[in-house]
Design a protein around this ligand. Structure first.
Ligand SMILES: C[S@@+](CC[C@H](N)C(=O)[O-])C[C@H]1O[C@@H](n2cnc3c(N)ncnc32)[C@H](O)[C@@H]1O
Length: 260
């Protein structure tokens, strides 16, 4: 989720002031963080990391997974931001698509596809023999994806209404799936990643694209960013092998895993 343009300069100023205040803050008594109010583990797997519940922070849902608070879902009303004219210039989505090394005939999933900005760029790469499952949990977004699927040349797009715990895709069907600006806001990240792993062919790839939390200059709200280390930590509890991280995008990193 973006910081509104006029706020970006203010945010930078506030950040610099905060950085300047760090030594003073460190010298004072420790300030308690959000306090756990409950805990629960993902259903059906005793070995899975659990969820903790805290007072929600701004933009968060008050649910903590592997040390990070999950962000609020971007509502379908945010579709115009996803479709903004300057998106290619800001994010270089074409560079991301090239980095995926797609081949005609591949079966791919755009998980959390939103208004389909990436779906429309994936579909021509896999061609008429391939398929793009465009998955979202918001019916309004799925309606937009359905509109794309009806356009000439996009007959290989299959809109899918998923649930918060299941991508609802056939087992071992995917060569590649991509989550662009999605994973950090999954309400049930463990369950969703488990279902995505099930839907991926052995040797298939799962690609996380997240705004870089390591970079304070990326103008996106804190909970809507993730560090590469955190992505890799959360993937590490699944049979996924890290393959590479693409660092050539202006704001995001692209962390690629292969299903073992
Ligand atoms: C910030 S938008 C990004 C949309 C798109 N990937 C893009 O970059 O244009 C995040 C999307 O993830 C979807 N989402 C959230 N939780 C989901 C889940 N469990 N399964 C599928 N989609 C989900 C939201 O409905 C929203 O459309």
């Amino acid at each position: 989720m973006p910081l509104p343009l006029p706020l970006r300069r203010t945010a930078l100023l506030v950040l610099l002031l905060l950085l300047a205040a760090v030594p003073a803050a460190a010298a004072s008594a420790a300030v308690p963080g959000p306090q756990p109010v409950a805990a629960a583990g993902p259903a059906g797997d005793a070995a899975a990391p659990g969820y903790r519940f805290v007072e929600p922070s701004l933009d968060g849902i008050g649910k903590v997974y592997m040390g990070r608070e999950i962000a609020q879902v971007m509502g379908w009303q945010g579709a115009p931001w996803l479709e903004r004219e300057e998106r290619e210039q800001e994010e270089r989505g074409s560079r991301l698509i090239a980095a995926l090394q797609l081949q005609p005939g591949m079966v791919v999933a755009d998980v959390g596809a939103g208004s389909g900005w990436y779906t429309r760029r994936l579909a021509p790469r896999v061609g008429p023999q391939g398929r793009v499952y465009a998955v979202d949990v918001q019916p309004e977004m799925v309606a937009m994806l359905g509109e794309i699927a009806r356009r000439p040349g996009f007959g290989n797009v299959v809109p899918v209404l998923g649930t918060t715990v299941d991508v609802k895709l056939p087992a071992a069907s995917l060569d590649l799936s991509i989550m662009v600006d999605v994973y950090h806001e999954l309400e049930f990240p463990w369950e969703m990643l488990a279902s995505l792993v099930r839907a991926t062919k052995p040797g298939g790839r799962i690609v996380f694209v997240e705004y870089r939390a390591e970079d304070a200059f990326v103008p996106i709200k804190t909970l809507h960013k993730m560090t590469e280390a955190q992505v890799r930590r959360e993937a590490s509890v699944f049979p996924l092998e890290w393959e590479r991280t693409v660092r050539t995008l202006p704001w995001q990193h692209v962390v690629v895993f292969r299903r073992k």
